[in-house]
Design a protein around this ligand. Structure first.
Ligand code: URA
Length: 237
């Protein structure tokens, strides 16, 4: 249960004093009845609240998709270096954390949330959530590499990597590839290429489970997940 004025603030209808003015004017309805008392307790998950005819939608958690730029850390704070959360201007920014890490020089899809349960499920090795990366590789990548990625590679861990899908987009002095992995070991993509004698010169994450990077987001930009994106992500795991 939650106070009506707090609920209206959290669903984006303004500051406490703006919301109080809306209540006073009789513009707020709770389950079809006009409500004027800011302290009225409502059920944030069940009550139907409208303000000036607009339906309030309550979300317990915040989910942001960021196109992480190169040069910032996937951390919540750092004394010396800029982190992804330094780029976020949301009110709830101090509660958010990145779901998994991308290296400082890696770009692309990064989910920021305050939903620990979802983050845990997405990162759990047991759930085998696919992560797709695009990489630029110094050197020629060929079918032998595709086979070795599919077999699993020794990257110095107790066990070889799980079978990964390597697609060659172009091959030459530098090659472009797409790689799908189902785990998230430290520097995994770079170490997998090292294991076959190649070097990653640029890396970008395109997707995580059903969630795909919005190509309209410039590096450093972010947006809230749509209700459909969130639903599909939760279904997926
Ligand atoms: N693999 C890497 O090597 N780096 C990343 O940032 C992500 C996956």
């Amino acid at each position: 249960m939650m106070r009506l004025d707090k609920y209206l603030c959290e669903t984006g209808f303004g500051t406490r004093s703006q919301v109080k003015a809306l209540l006073k004017k009789g513009l707020v309805q709770v389950d079809g009845e006009t409500a004027k008392r800011p302290e009225l307790k409502i059920d944030e998950h069940r009550s139907q609240v409208t303000c000036a005819g607009m339906r309030a939608v309550y979300q317990e958690h915040v989910y942001l998709m960021m196109n992480k730029p190169q040069g910032v850390l996937s951390a919540t704070e750092d004394r010396r270096q800029k982190t992804v959360l330094d780029l976020v201007e949301e009110k709830a920014a101090d509660r958010l954390f990145p779901v998994g890490r991308l290296d400082k020089d890696t770009e692309g899809l990064l989910l920021l949330t305050d939903d620990g349960e979802l983050a845990h499920a997405l990162l759990s090795p047991k759930k085998h959530v696919d992560k797709v990366y695009e990489a630029e590789i110094q050197g020629q990548v060929g079918q032998e590499h595709v086979r070795r990625f599919a077999e699993g590679l020794d990257i110095g861990e107790k066990r070889p990597t799980l079978p990964a899908k390597l697609e060659i987009l172009s091959s030459g002095e530098t090659s472009r590839v797409r790689v799908t992995i189902r785990e998230g070991k430290f520097h995994q993509i770079k170490r997998m290429f090292q294991a076959v004698g190649c070097q990653v010169t640029a890396l970008r994450r395109l997707s995580m489970g059903s969630l795909c990077l919005d190509e309209g987001l410039e590096p450093g930009a972010y947006r809230a997940l749509s209700p459909e994106e969130l639903e599909r992500l939760k279904e997926h795991i």
